[in-house]
Design a protein around this ligand. Structure first.
Ligand code: AGP
Length: 602
């Protein structure tokens, strides 16, 4: 969604706010804006497009105010225009506000406020908040904000300043993430720790329905809180010499996987140690069904988890799109647990689906990457990915880490049930080899770059796979769509002949994921079907498989591992292919159009 930053202190607010927005710009980047209180008055500047356009407008403005707010936008209500960019203000240009989230009842509120004589200058839901606060403003900003929010339905992370009650920022949160960084007598309000970390490691996360009043000499929340240490370092928010965060995060996967596995594999005992599940260990022994809920890439990880959990732990597993789960009538009994998977831990549909499951009294678990995020607060127990900060909008290292954690969860639950010590040791040993095997896959990136160069002018792609690699076909297609805007379809190879194969001709290449596993022969027949229709093919096969070269010219090899773990290796060439296709087609791979890193609205 959007990213907000606020600064109050003794330093020049503008460069600090801009640096914060730069670090949040993966959250939204169709327009941006900033407001600063100067001695000479208020300066509010907005710009369409990337943050650089706002920075260009700020040159020669000589802003030196020490209180200000900034915003990067991902449009929901109202087109991408300067009027609709934030900050928004009220009729008297007294209240200035930036917002991340959606005001669901804005239309009704707007109508009432217009009847009261308020004049609106944008099409946004957010501007309603400014006029609502204006409606209650009697000189004290936090009081007006508190009263106004009682009428609001929806989600928000907001920061507000007022000319008539200056020298303070009022911040409030409901569902959208918001934290406040402390640094001596200066405070930074932000949607994301990355925007705070350059100034301080001390911060508090605002909880739902909390309002913070931040002034240099005083800071209070309408509920006491103690500052925590932020668990990221500023280096993580840098590109580290790579041209893009996406490539950096793909190349980091041997390390991010090692971090996800650290201290969790007991090879001798053939066990997985998951501290976050300790408190529900006995309850998990009684579970007979798992219902996984997630969105996008995390949903594809859940689909791989389904195969693992059913094959090795013998637990009946369903995987649901969170946005559908909350509206269908899922049958959830006491023997069922609901497992939410999310990189950001802030995805609105997944949060709502967990709340739905909690309503039904079933155990809720989470696999989450972002430390301290909402889902970690509302689920009963869970496992952190520890994949580190992921800035690229396209999920890459978080996905392979989700698969690794799902394989640990499978081992954990399977050993609670029928899985033997010997089999447990074999799986644990093989999981432990994965970081090294990923290094071997990444060595092929120059070859994948060449393939992307060769195929960059095709406008349609099909990805096929079976069993554990069916979800990887879906993920490969999603990555290519997200990053290069090429029409891509993922399909179960067995399903292809029931319609999708009609698309195939010499202009419609297929990427066939066919490691030497239990369904390899079936995949070869599907490759034959495509060849028969002159479809170009790129095959992904297991090292040592020479015969496939007789069938397909372009072959990408991955090392051999257990069938259940092949998805962790087979997805990486698809991440690289999407990346190099995006670069070859001149796309902004870190900030793909129309997308945002964490979707905090429904
Ligand atoms: C993946 O590249 C996308 N960024 C998107 O599909 C993402 O996976 C989805 O929005 C879920 O996000 P989450 O894992 O943070 O919940």
């Amino acid at each position: 969604m959007c990213g907000i930053v606020g600064y109050i202190g003794k330093q020049n607010a503008t460069p600090i706010i801009i640096e914060g927005l730069r670090r949040e710009s993966y959250r939204g980047y169709d327009s941006s804006g900033l407001v600063v209180f100067q001695n000479e008055g208020v300066v509010c500047i907005k710009a369409i497009g990337k943050l650089e356009n706002l920075e260009a407008k700020l040159l020669n403005q000589n802003l030196n105010g020490t209180i200000g707010l900034g915003h990067v936008r991902w449009a929901t209500h109202g087109g991408v225009t300067e009027e609709n960019a934030h900050p928004h203000t009220d009729c008297k240009k007294n209240i200035f506000l930036v917002h991340n989230g959606i005001i669901e009842n804005y239309a009704a509120l707007k109508e009432k406020l217009i009847q009261k004589g308020h004049k609106f200058s944008s099409e946004t839901d957010t501007e309603v908040l400014c006029h609502l606060i204006e409606n209650f403003f009697r000189g004290n900003l936090e009081e007006a904000v508190r009263k106004a929010l009682q009428y609001v339905k929806g989600t928000y992370g907001i920061a507000v300043i007022s000319r008539q009650d200056p020298n303070k920022i009022v911040a409030a949160r409901l569902s959208s993430p918001l934290l406040i960084g402390f640094n001596g007598d200066e405070y930074i309000v932000a949607s994301d720790p990355a925007a705070v970390i350059t100034r301080t490691k001390k911060a508090v996360n605002l909880e739902d329905n909390e309002i913070a009043v931040i002034a240099p000499e005083k800071f209070f929340i309408l509920k006491e809180k103690t500052p925590q240490d932020l668990e990221i370092d500023s280096g993580e928010a840098e590109k580290g010499g790579y041209p893009h965060f996406m490539l950096k995060e793909i190349m980091e996967q041997p390390e991010s996987l090692s971090d996800s596995l650290r201290g969790r594999l007991l090879v001798e005992e053939g066990l997985a140690k998951l501290g976050g599940l300790k408190k529900v260990e006995d309850k998990l022994r009684e579970i007979e069904r798992l219902n996984i809920i997630a969105c996008g890439t995390a949903y594809h990880a859940g689909m791989v988890g389904e195969y693992m959990l059913e094959e090795y732990a013998g637990i009946s597993t369903d995987v649901d799109l969170a946005s559908e789960f909350r509206y269908r009538k899922p049958i959830l009994d006491k023997k069922t647990a609901v497992l939410a998977i999310s990189q950001s831990g802030e995805t609105a549909d997944t949060i709502a689906a967990i709340k739905e499951a909690k309503e039904k009294g079933v155990m809720t678990l989470g696999i989450v990457n972002a430390i301290g995020s909402s889902i970690t607060k509302i689920s009963e127990a869970g496992v952190y990915n520890h994949a580190g900060l992921e800035i690229g909008v396209a999920a890459t290292k978080s996905f392979t880490s989700q698969l690794a954690v799902l394989s640990l969860l499978t081992l954990f639950l399977a050993r609670q049930r029928q899985l033997s010590l010997v089999m447990g040791q074999r799986i644990a040993k093989e999981i432990g080899r994965i970081p090294e095997l990923i290094k071997q896959v990444l060595i092929n990136s120059p070859q994948i770059k060449e393939l992307a160069e060769k195929y960059k002018n095709f406008n349609n792609f099909l990805f096929i796979g079976r069993k554990y690699n069916f979800p990887i076909a879906l993920e490969g297609a999603l990555k290519l769509k997200e990053i290069s805007y090429v029409h891509s379809e993922g399909c179960g190879a067995g399903e292809m002949k029931h319609g999708t194969i009609a698309l195939i001709d010499e202009n419609f290449p297929t990427i066939a994921i066919c490691p030497s596993d239990s369904v390899y022969e079936k995949m070869i027949s599907n490759i034959q079907e495509i060849k028969a229709r002159n479809g170009p093919i790129i095959a992904m096969a297991t090292e040592g498989n020479e015969e496939i070269k007789n069938l397909v010219k372009d072959v990408i090899y991955i090392p051999k591992t257990l069938e259940m773990l092949t998805p962790i290796l087979s997805v990486i060439p698809l991440q690289l292919f999407a990346y190099y296709m995006g670069v070859a087609r001149g796309c902004d791979v870190d900030k793909p159009r129309n997308l945002a890193k964490s979707v905090t609205v429904e």
